[in-house]
Design a protein around this ligand. Structure first.
Ligand SMILES: CC(C)[C@H](C(=O)O)[C@@H](O)C(=O)O
Ligand code: SF4
Length: 487
């Protein structure tokens, strides 16, 4: 025991502030939940459980639902053709009506991927506990919230009690110092982190992303990083709130106003890891050295610099990693030693809760503006929410994408996981801005390379995995890229 208690990390502060009942000897604590986000896939049994128990929803005012996974991205005014998707959507609508949950249905201006909607409404705020029956709830940690994906039985527990029983966690600092080069984005940071620590490296930990490179990122770029914390196996990922966070939140529909705003900012400023706090583990990454990062395999940790080559299973010391690489290369139909930039893709997907916010669309549009799409590439652009779509259209980005030959779709999860008509054909290869490259994730037999929005855009121009620096300069433009390090 030390002389005096050590300082606390950000995660510990938020946790401590929500304990309703403390567990003894490593048993779970009961935590109060500030915000419960709901979508159609993981809520039906939870609502059914409440119904069977004759219970009410404890806090409808802290619960909000949206339709995202099963929604079509074309002809959204027509009935949903797929019976399973239609049933899930109709069930959500009926449940929300019965239990008094605010729902943003397809066609509503606030409909969209649950992890895009919460932040854009200003519901996601520093210091809150946020849960959702969805693994990528970690996205909301970008605001300094403790945000966790939960299972359907936990969804029911939160619905019934507004609390959740949670096991203690360990803390890991992910320190990213330096300045990103042009064309390198926050997506590359997180892909590099996962390649470094592995898909199980974060197990049991709440990650805190820190350092000058993280501080320099926009809120949307921070969300991209926190979003993929779960792909490293972590319980959650967080960034301490700062002026960037406050500026993003100010004026959002659910952000505090007037004197409440000032008081909130005062409180939020205390949500930082104390200088004398000790993390259970630390990881360091040099932002100056980072290059655009892409995956070659079938888990998000199987990634490499875009300037590199497909690795050989022999490159992996560990027998499991060797076997996993062998299997991944077979599924991906790739030969060791092939330069990543020689890999031809069929489809480019710009979307998902990782990279479908307005900044993602802007930086991709900046690259393709005035350029021609490779004629054999199919490109789909799917805004994360109806609001993002409207905003993009007000800026004329839809026209940039359409002139380029891309498909401009309505908001939803879309080809991120193909629970809707947007799927890859067997054997089709896709450069995707989403977060999972599992076998069959984007359609049976489909092959996924995870990339940043700028790599997605450059790939759509050249037809092979490419970064903006591989593109010929536009006539009259200065050499280099217009992509900023902001996304
Ligand atoms: C459908 C849902 C439960 C799932 C998740 O939890 O992540 C989905 O969003 C995904 O990305 O695979
Ligand atoms: S966009 Fe993809 S990762 Fe995000 S919630 Fe939807 S299916 Fe899951």
């Amino acid at each position: 025991m030390g002389e005096h208690a050590a300082g606390r990390t950000l995660a510990e502060k938020v946790w401590d502030g929500h304990v309703v009942a403390k567990g003894e000897d490593g048993a779970p604590d009961l935590l109060y939940i500030d915000l419960h986000l709901v979508h159609e896939v993981t809520s039906p049994q939870a609502f059914e459980g409440l119904r069977l128990a004759g219970r009410k929803l404890r806090r409808p005012d802290l619960t909000i639902a949206t339709e995202d996974h099963n929604t079509p991205t074309l002809a959204i005014d027509k009935p949903i053709a797929d019976p399973v998707s239609r049933t899930q959507i109709e069930t959500l609508r009926a449940n929300c009506a019965e239990f008094g949950v605010r729902l943003h249905p397809l066609g509503d201006a606030e409909q969209g991927i649950v992890h895009v909607v919460g932040p854009q409404l200003g519901l996601t705020q520093p210091g809150l506990t946020v849960v959702c029956g969805d693994s990528h709830t970690s996205t909301h940690g970008a605001f300094g919230a403790l945000a966790m994906g939960i299972g359907t039985s936990e969804v029911e527990h939160v619905m019934a009690t507004q609390t959740l029983s949670l096991k203690p966690f360990k803390t890991m600092a992910i320190n990213v110092e330096g300045t990103l080069r042009p064309g390198v984005t926050s997506k590359d940071i997180i892909l590099a982190v996962i390649a470094k620590i592995g898909t199980g490296g974060g197990q049991g930990y709440v990650l805190e992303y820190r350092g000058s490179a993280i501080r320099a990122l926009s809120m949307e770029a921070r969300m991209t990083i926190c979003n993929m914390s779960i792909e490293a196996g972590a319980r959650a990922g967080m960034v301490a709130p700062d002026e960037t966070t406050f500026a993003y939140l100010k004026g959002k529909p659910h952000a505090p106003q007037g004197a409440d705003w000032d008081a909130a900012v005062e409180h939020w400023k205390s949500l930082v890891t104390d200088p004398d706090a000790v993390f259970d583990a630390e990881v360091f990454l040099d932002a100056d050295e980072l290059e655009p990062f892409v995956t070659w395999g079938t888990n998000p940790g199987q990634g490499i610099s875009l300037s590199g080559a497909v690795p050989s299973p022999e490159d992996f010391g560990d027998e499991n990693a060797k076997a996993a690489a062998e299997r991944a290369l077979e599924y991906m139909d790739l030969q060791p030693g092939t330069p990543m930039k020689d890999i031809r893709v069929d489809t480019v997907f710009l979307g998902s809760c990782t990279n479908s916010r307005i900044e993602d669309l802007r930086i991709a549009a900046d690259i393709i503006r005035g350029r021609e799409k490779d004629p054999d590439i199919r490109m789909m652009v799917v805004p994360g929410s109806a609001r993002v779509r409207l905003e993009a259209e007000a800026e004329g980005l839809d026209k940039v994408f359409k002139d380029f030959g891309a498909e401009w779709r309505f908001a939803g999860c879309s080809m991120c996981l193909g629970m809707n008509p947007d799927q890859l054909e067997p054997g089709e290869r896709c450069a995707s801005t989403s977060n999972r490259n599992f076998e069959g994730r984007q359609g049976k037999g489909g092959r996924t390379h995870l990339v940043s929005p700028v790599v997605a855009a450059a790939t759509a121009v050249r037809g092979t995995l490419s970064s903006p620096s591989d593109l010929d300069p536009l006539p009259g433009a200065a050499a280099g890229t217009t992509a900023t390090a902001a996304a």
